[in-house]
Design a protein around this ligand. Sequence first.
Ligand code: SF4
Ligand code: MG
Length: 326
Amino acid sequence: TKHFPVRRKGRAALTGPRRAVQAVDDVTLTLRRGRVTALVGESGSGKSTVARLLAGLYPRTAGDIRLHGETVNVKRGRAFRAYARRVQMIFQDPFASLNPVHTVRYHLTRALKIHGRAGDDLEKSLHDLLTRVQLTPAERYIDKFPHELSGGQRQRVAIARALGADPEALLADEPVSMLDVSIRLGVLNLLRDLKERLHLAILYITHDIASARYFADETMVMYAGRMVEGGDSETITQRPAHPYTRLLIESAPDPDRLAEGTASDVPAERGAGEPPSLIDPPSGCRFHPRCPVAMQRCKTELPPRFDVGDASGHWAACWLYGGAAR
Ligand code: SF4
Ligand code: MG
């Protein structure tokens, strides 16, 4: 859970009621090695905040991070540094995440050194990292500056840098949405290949549910800071249960056209209505003001996760799937 306090200027800060942006509420997520988990939602749904919480970049308002069953205390101690090495973040904009005055060699060497992995044969380690991300021959790339590379190559360098830590998990926040459409699939395929070969857990954050179907084993859908549906990607995209997920899929283009260049360009927000304010989110089910099948109780009672019952592990936080039982 993450609430950002809303700072106000002047007297109101002292006298006004305490307010907070309820950016992420009660989100539970399990990553497993060898699996890609997609976190899908429109902008402002809280999905990037979830990644930053997991990376330890923000303190949490409530909740735990556990690694192999052990709670990680995100307080900058040694245990936290060990955790932070195992969980590496890939950002949306590789240009912003690489320092423009430094070469590929510098970025990768630094990553290896920070994580104590520079070893005896630094040159070979660098070569291996670049080969892992399919920047070959490595000699062609190693002394380049970020601006001498294409967007896709820069993102591959950012991935290589993350691999320099020998991580168990990658947290990839919209890793291809700023790239040219023609090269997105290549980068996703690389991540999938790395998942297999290095047995990584990958959190794939995206607004594009079509790409989640293509790339992720498991998909979770977020709306207004809460998770509303989860299950294996095939089930979620073929038989969405939550009315919000249905809306997302109806407004997304044909997933088969992902490679041709239209899919990821269409924002998920195209569906009816606007996402709600997270300072004062709707009561009950946060989706109720936009939901075409909202019932009376939806306005006041927050729906818990219910089994949808059509596939193992498929759940939806929606009264359509459990109203009678309660
Ligand atoms: Fe719609 Fe109610 Fe389900 Fe929310 S709980 S998605 S308002 S039917
Ligand atoms: Mg974001």
